[in-house]
Design a binder for this molecule. Structure first.
Ligand SMILES: Cc1cc2nc3c(=O)[nH]c(=O)nc-3n(C[C@H](O)[C@H](O)[C@H](O)COP(=O)(O)OP(=O)(O)OC[C@H]3O[C@@H](n4cnc5c(N)ncnc54)[C@H](O)[C@@H]3O)c2cc1C
Length: 314
């Protein structure tokens, strides 16, 4: 790749949304570059059992196969993060972490969301082995077990109610419960055990989670812990391009074509908001990839004219 290369479509993100977008855009005979790292996708550590046609599979396997598929259709992959994006006259200019600059006629944002972490010992080490950030995804793996959910907002309270249908016991750990009176009453009557006014200081276990260390010095024996502290927003990315956010001010607003508020910018996957699930990410990636390719082709025609376009396609 030269120092500043022009692509029809540049995709930020190597997760299911980005990969599906790459597959669809590449098959429309556009030049496609995908930035990002597969092992930074939320899916990388997941055990999946709710995707069409797959009884049980690993996220890592799905991502590896998807990347190979995208490459087979012509997608170029650069395992780097984008550090900055500017909107130039003829393209979007993206600067990567190694200082490379690439130009895109159409840009797809598929950078997911970073789940808010607790930042305590054991959290990283036991991710996927009892530590989860998604009740809907992983709750079913803890049927008949004692589990904890950490967080004081509606995501955690709602998660605790969901887990009660599956787990033997559900402990909700939070500094304070900040939910509507109705949800609070429902939770208090639900049978979930509330541990208010404490924080988690460590996650215990060798190969699997076997307990939580709490700030009052006690230990809570559980086989799983769900960290539900909301998801970080995408404000930096959105503000550098002047994109409109949705009502929650946490996600990028798109229309039914996955187009964001700035022409030529599309978004797909977790970055567009809940449900934070692969099936949704893949569906949105398909739409974004297809329409970004069409947008780029039309722009190229307008910029270069049909003759130039035909010569290049020969
Ligand atoms: C533990 C766990 C288990 C899960 N289990 C399931 C499940 O069973 N079923 C299900 O449907 N869903 C599951 N999910 C949710 C699912 O993983 C996500 O919904 C899905 O991965 C979202 O896809 P995405 O492409 O939007 O983002 P991600 O998969 O998170 O990918 C984001 C990509 O963006 C890249 N990126 C970030 N910043 C930049 C940047 N500045 N420049 C370039 N690239 C960047 C990253 O490197 C990464 O490649 C699970 C999630 C977790 C955390």
């Amino acid at each position: 790749m030269t120092q500043t290369s022009m692509y029809d479509v540049v995709i930020l993100g190597c997760g299911p949304a980005g990969i599906q977008a790459a597959i669809h855009a590449s098959r429309k005979k556009t030049s496609v570059l995908m930035l990002g790292r597969m092992n930074k996708s939320s899916l990388f550590w997941a055990h999946v059992e709710n995707f069409l046609g797959m009884f049980k599979t690993s996220g890592e396997d799905m991502l590896k196969t998807g990347l190979a598929q995208a490459q087979s259709f012509g997608t170029e992959i650069l395992e780097e993060d984008a550090l900055g994006i500017t909107h130039e006259k003829r393209c979007f200019e993206i600067e990567t972490e190694s200082g490379r600059k690439v130009c895109a006629r159409a840009l797809i944002l598929a950078t997911g969301t970073t789940r808010n972490k607790l930042g305590v010992p054991g959290e990283k080490e036991l991710l996927g082995r009892g530590v989860s950030y998604c009740v809907d995804c992983d709750g079913g793996f803890f049927r008949g077990e004692d589990v904890a959910i950490v967080g004081g907002q509606s995501a955690a309270a709602g998660g605790a109610l969901t887990l009660l249908h599956m787990a033997k016991s559900v402990h909700l750990v939070c500094e304070s419960l900040d939910v509507s009176p109705t949800l609070q009453a429902k939770l208090r009557e639900s049978g979930a055990v509330l541990h208010e006014g404490v924080t988690v200081t460590g996650i215990l276990g060798d190969k699997q989670v076997d307990g939580l260390k709490l700030s009052d010095g006690s230990t809570l024996p559980v086989a799983g812990v769900f960290i539900e502290q909301g998801a970080k927003g995408v404000l930096e990315l959105a503000s550098s391009l002047g994109l409109t956010l949705d009502e929650s001010m946490k996600y990028i607003q798109t229309d039914k074509n996955q187009a964001a508020s700035v022409p030529g910018v599309f978004a797909a996957g977790d970055i567009c908001g809940p449900p934070l699930q692969m099936a949704k990410a893949v569906g949105e990636g398909c739409v974004a990839g297809t329409l970004a390719a069409t947008y780029a082709k039309n722009l190229k025609l307008a910029q270069e004219g049909p003759e130039e376009e035909e010569k290049k396609e020969e």
